[in-house]
Structures are given as structure tokens and as C-alpha cells.
Design a protein around this ligand. Structure first.
Ligand code: HXC
Ligand code: NAP
Length: 283
């Protein structure tokens, strides 16, 4: 689908790039020629992923530990990236924390821990990168990974929902403010894509996965390559006139949940025969 070397010459920093979707997107960008920098808290995991990806793609992947809640660590990671690759062109805000829980069972700290990673961590990294791009005159691009419930809200993941809503608003707000510097910001709202990080914290009982799949019109979860290809387009120059946008990739899940009569899926053809008669009889 994409030209070989589509991303050659670009340096892309991926937060939470050692695992899950961050790793899959990093792999795709690296296959297409980009220099990759992956950051998160666990240096050992990052180093293993960096070695694995660069062996697979033949392109450089730098691992740097940086907690998104710590501005000094963010700045040090950016400095390491610039020292290695000359400049940073793209920031992918992907790091997150989340778990299911009835909200009334949460302590203040449990709420804070998710908001600190997802909302504050994203705006810390965005602020550091924006200052750097503006100072250096770099027309950078940011891509923020949110969720479909950033727009709809969702029970049982309320700290994540309020944080992702904030990240979506940050995307739109900064797209308007920093467009004058040539900086673009977009977001992706994924539905469910199996990862160890998400599945262990959001679907602790294996039976929950089938319930989730039943809600999705396409009757399956997403494949990482489908998300990675969308992310590739949004960080590439082919999306050069797109900014402040959020693209949903969820097999139709959220719309199916929202549409007033979508629940009529459960009605069998013989029941429709009866209902049609009744409805026609009324006219
Ligand atoms: C209630 C919990 C809890 C749980 C932790 N806490 N887990 N409360 N239910 N399951 C509480 C703790 O008791 C503590 O509060 C506070 O939260 C902080 O917990 P720590 O374990 O000290 O935090 P920390 O070690 O920093 O870990 C952060 C974390 C963890 C968010 C809790 O899960 C993590 O590291 N996650 C990173 C990866 C991740 O979450 N990936 C999934 C992203 S999936 P007290 O008051 O007791 O001290 C995603 C997808 C969304 O976002 C959409 C899917 C469709
Ligand atoms: P994941 O593998 O658990 O990814 C989360 C990453 O964030 C980890 O690599 C983790 O690494 C990093 N991280 C957590 N706290 C951090 C911190 N304080 N500082 C720096 N890095 C931190 O889960 P995933 O499913 O791939 O999620 C990736 C993104 O997709 C998240 O934004 C998530 O909300 C979003 N998303 C996922 C799904 C899905 O179905 N999987 C759906 C919608 C949206 P360390 O532990 O090493 O720090």
C-alpha cells in the first residue's frame, strides 16, 4: 500500500513504544524507513523491542527510558533523540494507563495515576515538543492515540475517559493554535485491538472478549497492521492538509452502540413478518 522508504529521513518518537500498539506502529514506521525513538518507563523492555525491530527492518531504533509524568525525563529523551538523529519530526503520544473499575471503588490516587499518565503525560510531551519545534522552525507532526469513548464517555473507565477527552481537545486546540508554525496534530480513536496491556486490565475474564466482539458490526477485533497503516498515513506527508482531525477505527462499534434501533439485530425474520403486519395495519 505504501511506497518503500515513504518515511525515510523522518525521526519518529513513540511514547509507550516498547509494547502493544506502540510497538506495532513503530515497526511499521521502521519498515518504511523512519528512524525510531521508543520511550516508556521500562528500559529493559524498550531495549529488547529496539533490538528486535531494528534486526527485522534494518533501520535504527533508539530506546530511551522516560516517564511521561516527568518533564525532565521527557526533555532528556528528546535530547538523546536529537543527538542520535539530528532532529525529531513526529511525536506519537501513545503511552497510557487504564483499568476497569466501578468509579466509586477508586481512591483519589487511583484516579490521579491514570490522569497523570494519559492527560498530563500527553500535554507535557506535547508542550516540550512544541517548544522545540517552534524554536527550531521544524514543521512537526503529532499523532495522539485516544479511544472512541473520548467522545462518548464510558462508565467503568472514567479516569481514562476524562483523560482521553482532554487529549482529543488538546489535539484540536493545538491544531488551531500551532497551524501557523506548520505543526499538524491529529488523533486516532481505536476500538478494541488485542494487546497484553489492555486485555489484562480491561478484560480480566476470558468470556468478556466474546461479549465485546458481539457488539462490533464487523464481528472481530482490530488487527495491529490496520491501525499501523492508518497511523502511517497520518504521520506521513500525504496527510499534509489534515490537522485537528480524529479518525475512528473500530469496526463500527461505537455507532452500533449509539444508534437508536440497532438493537433490532436480535429480531428473527419470522418475528419481522409479524411486526410488519402490525405496522402496516396501523397505516
Ligand atoms: C482499583 C487500582 C487498580 C485497579 C491500581 N489501582 N490498579 N484501583 N482497581 N485495578 C490503584 C492503586 O491501588 C493505587 O491507589 C493507584 O491505583 C496507583 O497504583 P500503582 O499500582 O501504584 O500505579 P502504577 O504502578 O503507577 O501503575 C499504573 C497503572 C498500571 C495505570 C495502575 O495499570 C499501569 O502501569 N498501566 C500501564 C499500561 C496500561 O494500563 N495499558 C493499558 C492501556 S489500554 P492507592 O490509593 O491504593 O495507593 C487503554 C485502552 C482503552 O487505554 C480502550 C480499549 C477499547
Ligand atoms: P500497552 O501495551 O499497555 O501500552 C501502554 C504503554 O504505555 C506501555 O508501553 C507502557 O510502558 C507505557 N506507559 C505507561 N505508563 C507510562 C508512563 N508513566 N510513562 C511512559 N510510558 C508509560 O497497551 P496498548 O493497548 O498498546 O495501548 C496503547 C495505546 O492505545 C494507549 O494510548 C491506549 O489507550 C490506546 N488504545 C488501545 C486500545 C486497545 O484496544 N488496545 C484501544 C483504544 C486505545 P511502561 O510500562 O514501560 O512504561
Amino acid at each position: 500500500m505504501f511506497q518503500e522508504n515513504l518515511l525515510k529521513g523522518k525521526t519518529i518518537l513513540v511514547t509507550g513504544g516498547g509494547t502493544g500498539l506502540g510497538k506495532s506502529m513503530s515497526k511499521r514506521f521502521s519498515e518504511l524507513g523512519a528512524n525510531i525513538v521508543i520511550t516508556s518507563r521500562k528500559l529493559e523492555v524498550l531495549e529488547q523491542t529496539a533490538a528486535e525491530l531494528s534486526a527485522e527492518t534494518g533501520n535504527p531504533v533508539l530506546a530511551v527510558a522516560a516517564d511521561v509524568r516527568k518533564p525532565l525525563e521527557i526533555e532528556a529523551a528528546m535530547q538523546a533523540a536529537v543527538e542520535r538523529f539530528g532532529q525529531i519530526d513526529v511525536l506519537l503520544n501513545n503511552a497510557a494507563g487504564n483499568f476497569i473499575s466501578p468509579t466509586e471503588r477508586l481512591s483519589y490516587k487511583a484516579f490521579d495515576v491514570v490522569v497523570d499518565i494519559v492527560l498530563k503525560g500527553t500535554y507535557y510531551f506535547s508542550l516540550a515538543m512544541g517548544k522545540y519545534w517552534i524554536e527550531k522552525g521544524i514543521k512537526g507532526t503529532m499523532l495522539n492515540i485516544v479511544t472512541t469513548y473520548a467522545s462518548t464517555g464510558s462508565g467503568y473507565v472514567v479516569p481514562s475517559a476524562v483523560s482521553k477527552a482532554g487529549v482529543l481537545n488538546l489535539t484540536r486546540s493545538l491544531a488551531a493554535e500551532w497551524g501557523k508554525y506548520g505543526i499538524r496534530l491529529n488523533a486516532i480513536a481505536p476500538g478494541p485491538f488485542p494487546t497484553e496491556g489492555a486485555w489484562t486490565r480491561l478484560l480480566p475474564d476470558p468470556r468478556m472478549e466474546q461479549k465485546l466482539i458481539n457488539r462490533i458490526p464487523l464481528k472481530r477485533t482490530g488487527e495491529h497492521i490496520e491501525l499501523a497503516n492508518l497511523a502511517t498515513y497520518l504521520v506521513s506527508d500525504f496527510s499534509g492538509y489534515m490537522t485537528g482531525e480524529v479518525v475512528t477505527i473500530d469496526g463500527g462499534e461505537w455507532l452500533a452502540g449509539a444508534g437508536e434501533f440497532n438493537w433490532l439485530d436480535v429480531i428473527k425474520p419470522e418475528e419481522w413478518d409479524i411486526y410488519e403486519k402490525i405496522v402496516r395495519g396501523k397505516s
